[in-house]
Design a protein around this ligand. Structure first.
Ligand code: ADP
Ligand code: MG
Ligand code: MG
Length: 251
């Protein structure tokens, strides 16, 4: 039984088909990487797994941890243990980061903590992520730099301890500090929670310190190749050309 079992999933937005018959399975604790040229549908797949209502799943099924979540709300998927870090994290004016984190934890019975335990846990995580505790009183993501937003994401990830984390990395502009935050967060997540990962990225530097089990390549909404971690290096060197040619033959 796979933790995540995506079978034959096609999806569209605004009646425009984006994903075509995607099959992808992730076992508990595994680390998978999804690569592909810009516009291939990688972020769409992340959003479809999370149940973002912007996208309509037109066929196929999404199973998670023994349940069929194909038609479940994002909230239900989140409670089931799926976490998605958005390519562009939302800013929520008026809501301090600390209150936001407390609220999301309180929604989960399995993360029940007293106010004091919560404060201690957040303090530990801030230290681990080299995050100044003054962030906690600031409004969520408002005016945060890219690196600071990444720290907030990693803080959420480590607090929530999901069974599957989907990390959708920005195509551009993670500075060295932000890269190091992400790879530290990923390592801590794997060590502390033993959770599975789907990392969507162009930036193979993030992957240098991560043990990857499987790599998937998406072109124009089709998964056209799957392999081990060696695919990452090959793509780094040769780009997506041969995968685009393979996809063209599908049509
Ligand atoms: P990637 O993450 O691989 O760069 P995306 O999933 O963001 O690709 O986008 C895949 C394709 O779907 C693109 O052509 C994009 O314009 C289109 N698309 C994504 N989201 C929407 C949407 N909400 N409405 C219409 N088209 C969309
Ligand atoms: Mg993109
Ligand atoms: Mg994307």
């Amino acid at each position: 039984e796979h933790l995540l079992n995506i079978s034959g999933v096609s999806a569209s937005a605004d009646e425009k088909p984006i994903l075509h018959g995607v099959d992808l399975a992730i076992d508990a604790g595994e680390c998978h990487v999804l690569m592909g040229p810009n516009g291939a549908g990688k972020s769409t797949l992340g959003h479809v797994i999370m149940g973002d209502p912007v996208y309509r799943t037109t066929s196929g099924t999404i199973g998670f941890d023994g349940a069929d979540l194909t038609d479940a709300s994002p909230d239900k998927r989140s409670l089931a243990g799926i976490f998605l870090s958005y390519q562009a994290p939302v800013e929520i004016p008026g809501v301090p980061l600390y209150s936001f984190l407390r609220t999301i934890c309180q929604k989960r019975p399995e993360l029940k903590m007293t106010a004091k335990q919560f404060r201690r846990r957040v303090g530990e995580l801030c230290e681990q992520l080299d995050m100044d505790s003054s962030y906690l009183t600031r409004e969520l993501n408002v005016g945060f730099s890219g690196g600071e937003k990444k720290k907030v994401e990693m803080l959420q990830l480590l607090l929530l301890q999901p069974k599957l984390a989907i990390l959708d990395e920005t195509d551009s502009g993670l500075d060295v500090d932000a890269l190091s935050v992400v790879s530290r967060g990923i390592t801590a997540y794997r060590e502390q929670c033993g959770g599975a990962l789907l990392i969507i990225t162009h930036n193979t530097r993030i992957l240098e310190r991560v043990d990857v089990d499987r790599t998937h390549v998406m072109v124009r909404g089709h998964l056209v190749a799957e392999g081990g971690p060696e695919l990452i290096g090959q793509i780094d060197t040769n780009g997506f050309e041969r995968y685009e040619a393979a996809e063209a033959k599908l049509e």
